[in-house]
Design a protein around this ligand. Structure first.
Ligand code: TRP
Ligand code: ZN
Length: 497
């Protein structure tokens, strides 16, 4: 606006001064949040990250983490200042090589003021030197950094990054990663993607990992501990890297009997979802006391407790399904969580059917019948559950029921075309529930407004007539529990504490 008033000659002269703004007033601070209504301060405004390079050192004995993060980004507005989300202690920040001023604000904002303001659409290199004891840091009164007897783990949703690297912490800004971590000899550092190299010197070993495909910040993981690492290749050709804590005790056998089937299960899922989108796959089981699993990209996090009742291939199927539904195609906003959890749960239903432990239809009928109309279960709308119910059991079970309703409405041919086509349609990108509906309508040629509204958005139990319309076979309360039910439900350790 301002610049248009400048004569062409003056404009050419001014552009020679590149970093010097024509009018400082045009340069504004980036917003402290990316604009997600569920989490107003998550992520930041004004730039888009393309790559994180993390060079770290960790001492398990003291929980001290130190290192340098180099963040490559492009500005999306004229910026006088911008934020990263971070909790550790920063000693220096450089922007495009020059020392920048910095301060902390809010719960997890690192405010960076570059020496010269940044023009919209330009590449920016941000170097952050830091150290700290992650277990001593909290935001909103909680921490998601898990110390273990032999190290620590960063794996949580929707927030895990603040405790180990500065980021634009929102799934809508995906980036590639190089994570290089030095740990005492005898200890391993596990992260996403492929292990590029290891090297030892003076009692310390450096592990360097590369995640080549765009990855959401909450899907970046770091585990330090004493692990037994196994490697292999699936029949379909996907390289597999798994890691087991050496302290799994009597869960060790069941953990391996489940996670060692990763290659087989990822190949099985390609039959439904199309080619596996990444260049590595696997899981790790650290010595944590948590109860959940998480779909950390290419390297799934499993809690030992998930194998306390013996092997559980269902949870492996769930987390691997997320590699397509959640990781390859990530949500645009946290309200779109149904695309992650509804489909990962549905994959468990498909596995149940494959294993002869209950068909998807039987599981859907059971979910419908086992929750009476006055069960608060039905007040949660999987299509927009709200931040407090983002991981409510209804997002999973009612979410998968909605997938079965969709299948029955459009028929198997269109349904399986949608299931396989979706990851291709939005490969390595982001999409919303509305995008999914539009895609399902395009592929099936059917209007699906009413179906989505009934099964995903109404805060009430769909009427028997609606259930019959989508062929839920049995709507009475006496539907028998499918054999797979308990194993499937055990995936949700997050609900059991
Ligand atoms: N996305 C995880 C899964 O279904 C579950 C989950 C929800 C979770 N909230 C979490 C995991 C918090 C870890 C922390 O596989
Ligand atoms: Zn899940």
């Amino acid at each position: 606006m301002h610049r248009r008033l400048i004569a062409p000659g003056a404009l050419a002269a001014a552009s020679l001064l590149l970093a010097v703004p024509a009018s400082a007033a045009a340069y504004q601070p980036g917003a402290p949040g990316i604009g997600d209504p569920y989490y107003p301060y998550y992520g930041n405004g004004g730039y888009d990250v393309s790559h994180y390079d993390l060079r770290l050192k960790y001492q398990p004995r003291t929980d001290e983490l130190e290192g340098t993060a180099t963040v490559l980004a492009t500005t999306t507005q004229d910026l006088s200042r911008f934020d990263l989300d971070f909790l550790l202690d920063v000693s220096e920040v450089r922007v495009n090589g020059a020392k920048a001023a910095f301060a902390t604000s809010g719960q997890h904002e690192l405010e960076i003021t570059p020496a010269a303001p940044l023009r919209k659409g330009t590449p920016v290199t941000v170097v952050v030197r830091y150290r700290g004891v992650p277990s001593t840091k909290s935001a909103y009164g909680f921490t998601t950094w898990h110390r273990t007897p032999d190290g620590a783990v960063a794996a949580d949703e929707p927030e895990a990054a603040w405790w180990w690297f500065p980021s634009n912490d929102h799934p809508s800004d995906k980036a590639t990663y190089d994570v290089s971590v030095t740990v005492p000899d005898g200890t391993q550092a596990i992260s996403n993607g492929t292990l590029q190299s290891t090297s030892s010197r003076l009692g310390w070993t450096r592990y360097t990992w590369r995640s080549r495909a765009p990855q959401a910040t909450y899907l970046a993981t770091l585990a330090i501990g004493r692990f037994d690492v196994t490697t292999g290749r699936s029949e379909g050709g996907v390289p597999v890297v798994n890691a087991y804590s050496r302290n799994l005790g009597d869960n060790d056998g069941a953990a391996r009997a489940s996670v060692e089937r990763t290659g087989e299960l990822v190949d099985w899922l390609t039959g439904y979802f199309g080619p596996y989108p990444f260049d590595s796959v696997g899981g790790y089981v650290p010595d944590t006391t948590t109860g959940y699993a998480l779909e950390t990209q290419t390297r799934v996090y499993y809690s030992p407790r998930q194998f306390a009742n013996g092997s559980n291939t269902s949870v492996v199927v769930h987390e691997l399904a997320h590699q397509w539904y959640g990781d390859d195609v990530s949500l645009k906003g946290w309200r779109d969580i149904w695309i992650n959890e509804g489909f990962a749960r549905y994959a468990q239903w498909l596995w149940s059917e494959h294993e002869g432990e209950g068909t998807t239809q039987e599981l859907a009928d059971y979910v419908y019948a086992s929750h009476p109309a006055d069960d608060p279960f039905w007040t949660v709308a999987p299509g927009d559950p709200g931040p407090d119910n983002q991981f409510d059991i209804a997002v999973y079970d009612r979410g998968a029921l909605a997938v079965q309703a969709l299948r029955n409405e459009v028929g198997d041919d269109a349904f399986f075309a949608i299931l396989k086509g979706w990851p291709k349609e939005h490969a390595y990108g982001n999409a919303s529930v509305a995008d999914f509906r539009a895609y399902a309508e395009k592929v099936s040629g059917k209007p699906l407004d009413a179906l989505f509204d009934t099964w995903l958005f109404q805060p009430s139990k769909p009427a028997v007539s609606a259930a019959r319309t989508v062929s839920l076979a049995r709507t009475s309360a006496t539907v028998p529990q499918p054999k797979s039910w308990k194993e499937i439900a055990a995936t949700n350790g997050v609900h059991g504490g």
